[in-house]
Design a protein around this ligand. Structure first.
Ligand SMILES: C[S@@+](CC[C@H](N)C(=O)[O-])C[C@H]1O[C@@H](n2cnc3c(N)ncnc32)[C@H](O)[C@@H]1O
Length: 271
């Protein structure tokens, strides 16, 4: 069944590649000049990446992978969208920033990639597309060198429970504990653009924080840092507005602070 969900999601993501590459949200033309699409949190929390072998999971069309490569990392980006990988490879060539891009579902990555990495990295909008965090954590552990670390920054599952229809208050509209149930969406738009999409169908999954943490711990990783942030990487609720640091905040008069993003760094023990 997951294969059918993945096929549908791949079609949806393939269509998003062109839309995203033309969107203000992604700012591809600006990226070609600055060569850095990373936001401040992951830059600070990753630390110096120069000379590091990095595996970037769900890399989309490679702007962040190429940013890391431009900072001196030796980067392999992975995505299951052939259109995303095609654009990532062409940007790598156009900008003369070397990086390796692989088209693969992350669950079958061991069939397409060998070796181990100092850092496994994944960011912003990744977990919602994954039905199973147990195998996700196994893949991360498989590709991490002993002594290396895994880093993720993504939407906080609590911050994704609210009804997007209400513009002046928060109202819970979704379950936090979904027991791995799939959610079916027919949105017709991506978060990054007003351009309508033909491939509207998407399947997503919610994962409580405990599941994210426990699956990483269960494969033997040691969690060094876990942070929660009251702002988001995208306009996940109509009340949020964009700040000059690139993140989306509640207006200052809004009385509640709720977590909208989390980040986590976990080490693999030396042998
Ligand atoms: C929101 S994007 C990643 C965000 C990235 N930080 C960015 O904005 O450039 C999610 C990516 O996950 C990819 N994806 C979704 N499910 C996947 C899977 N099972 N295996 C590999 N890639 C997947 C999509 O193709 C998409 O490029």
């Amino acid at each position: 069944m997951n294969d059918e969900y993945f096929d549908t999601n791949r079609k949806n993501w393939n269509e998003r590649v062109e839309i995203h590459s033309k969107s203000k949200f992604y700012g591809l033309e600006k990226f070609k000049k600055t060569r850095n699409s990373l936001l401040r949190l992951e830059q600070k929390e990753l630390g110096d990446v120069s000379g590091k072998l990095m595996l970037h999971l769900q890399c989309h069309f490679g702007m962040d992978s190429l940013s890391l490569a431009n900072m001196g990392a030796i980067v392999t980006g992975v995505d299951f969208s052939d259109k995303a990988v095609e654009l990532a490879r062409s940007l790598s060539k156009e900008l003369a920033i070397p990086a390796n891009f692989i088209e693969s579902n992350i669950y079958s990555l061991t069939e397409h990639l060998t070796g181990q990495f100092d850092i496994v990295f994944t960011s912003y909008g990744v977990l919602a597309w994954l039905p199973d965090l147990e195998n996700w954590a196994k893949i991360i552990n498989h590709f991490l060198k002993p002594g290396g670390f895994f880093y993720i920054i993504d939407g906080h599952p609590f911050g994704q429970l609210f009804d997007e229809k209400f513009k002046d208050h928060l109202r819970i509209a979704y379950n936090y504990f979904t027991e791995g149930q799939v959610e079916h969406y027919e949105d017709g738009y991506t978060y990054a653009s007003d351009t309508p999409m033909k491939n509207k169908t998407a399947y997503e999954w919610r994962h409580p924080i405990s599941s994210i943490i426990n699956n990483l711990v269960n494969v033997g990783l040691t969690i060094e840092k876990f942070h929660e942030y009251p702002y988001s990487e995208y306009k996940s609720h109509p009340m949020l507005f964009k700040h000059e640091d690139g993140y989306y905040y509640f207006p200052p008069e809004f009385p509640y602070k709720v977590p909208l993003m989390f980040s986590l760094k976990a080490f693999k023990k030396e042998e």
